[in-house]
Design a protein around this ligand. Sequence first.
Ligand SMILES: [Zn+2]
Length: 233
Amino acid sequence: MKKIKVFVDPGHGGTDPGAFGNGLREKDLTLPIALALKKYLEQYENIEVRLSREDDRTLSLKQRTDMANAWGADYFISVHINAGGGTGIETLIFNGNVSAAIRNNQNVIHSEIMKAVGNVRDRGKKTANFRVVRESKMPAILPEFLFIDNTNDARLLKDPAFLNKCAKGMENGLVSIFNLKKKAQPTPPPPQTQLCNSNKLYCVQVGAFANKANAERLATELKSNGYSVFITE
Ligand SMILES: [Zn+2]
């Protein structure tokens, strides 16, 4: 089955700090949000996630969309933090002719973000002629997570738990859009050692086997090392 490719673009980086205020720089916030989103999305089947940068490096806007286009991404998310006097979260898509699907995806991601972040001003779903949403060949969205130059917003942005909530919202939106399913959890192996304390008897179990011969083999080895050994069923 063809994998869903999600391209996540942490805004700014390297010599371009993005917006700043209250001791924060935009490039240092967009990266942990994007890395958290990657980690969350990798819990699902049938998905590949790629970041435009996984460290603090300079990338042009063209390099970012070129990367996503060359890779053949199915979805492009560019993570940003707002500035300029305001508060709250907004999401932007291209203001040109876009399909109903792109608008619908914005509805889904926008509402999942607002649900995940809790009590934060919803500035609404917007459109803009930003290069990253215009030049990407796949549906693209650009969320602006709060205002770095607003004292209350900055307080939230300083909390790693809040940055994770931003990532969680985007994760939930993408799960809904692409109908993603969590990977099956591997069944945990039987306990290899187990300490118990009953009636002041301290016992250490070193193996649990379906096959008695394997248990006996381990018992023989332990006996040869001077342990007293019991096999129980
Ligand atoms: Zn930005």
